[in-house]
Design a protein. Structure first.
Length: 238
């Protein structure tokens, strides 16, 4: 088993508001990718704080009824930390971040998200499957109001984030337990999936290359597609 992550500012932005952390030891793997909300104050502070609090929580050995509850608790603590910082520090007022996290131990694999940073698996039969669901206006219109994807794509503000860490005092994450057999987990910000389609991502993950080179190839493809956003890629490989 191995893991590797990398973040890149991209070609357009002057500031990188993405952040990631990896906790990888013989007991567990935890990967977290956060993307500070563009246009909000201190997005980079929110992303850095949320990812570090998540890692600290799992390193702290906190007890829970089960791992799903533990994931929810960790995200709640991260949300509270970002929200509190935003309330207390005027420079950080209103800051927020997306979050996607993967947790693996001997008993289960969990992938959780808030916002539009995504978690994928590469299955044993070499298929890339998106596990998370984007919390965006477009996706909400499709799920909650029955709009077709084609109609929702033409809505103004379709990519607006509908849920984020730290903006409100409470937030509810989606936590998915992965039951399929898989070769790898991919976590990424929308700087990757917004500009590189799933077929090209799958092709890189299936290539005969080191995990580090796969991460770098994906970032390169996002930059070749314009590099219009910060790009963060994290891979856990069995």
């Amino acid at each position: 088993m191995s893991s590797y992550g990398l973040t890149d500012t991209g070609k357009l932005r002057k500031l990188n508001q993405d952040s990631f952390v990896i906790v990888d030891n013989e007991k567990l793997f935890l990967g977290v990718v956060c993307d500070g909300i563009g246009g909000n104050n201190a997005g980079e502070v929110a992303a850095d704080l949320a990812s570090k609090v998540m890692a600290s929580y799992f390193n702290g050995g906190y007890k829970a009824e089960n791992q799903i509850e533990k994931m929810h608790n960790a995200i709640d603590v991260s949300n509270s930390a970002v929200y509190k910082k935003g309330v207390e520090d005027e420079k950080c007022r209103g800051m927020g971040t997306t979050l996607v996290a993967a947790y693996v131990d001997s008993e289960c694999t969990l992938i959780a998200n808030i916002g539009d940073s995504r978690g994928y698996i590469l299955t044993k039969d070499n298929k890339l499957i998106q596990i998370t669901e984007d919390h965006t206006l477009m996706n909400d219109l499709i799920k909650l109001h029955g709009l077709t994807e084609n109609a929702a794509k033409h809505m103004v503000g379709k990519n607006v984030i509908s849920k984020a860490v730290g903006v409100f005092e409470k937030v509810e994450a989606d936590v998915f337990e992965v039951k399929q057999d898989y070769k790898a987990i991919l976590l990424c910000s929308d700087g990757l999936h917004g500009f590189v389609d799933d077929e090209k991502i799958e092709e890189v993950l299936l290539s005969r290359s080191t995990i580090e080179n796969k991460v770098k190839k994906l970032i390169k493809k996002a930059n070749e597609a314009g590099g219009l956003d910060n790009i963060t890629v994290l891979i856990y490989q069995r």
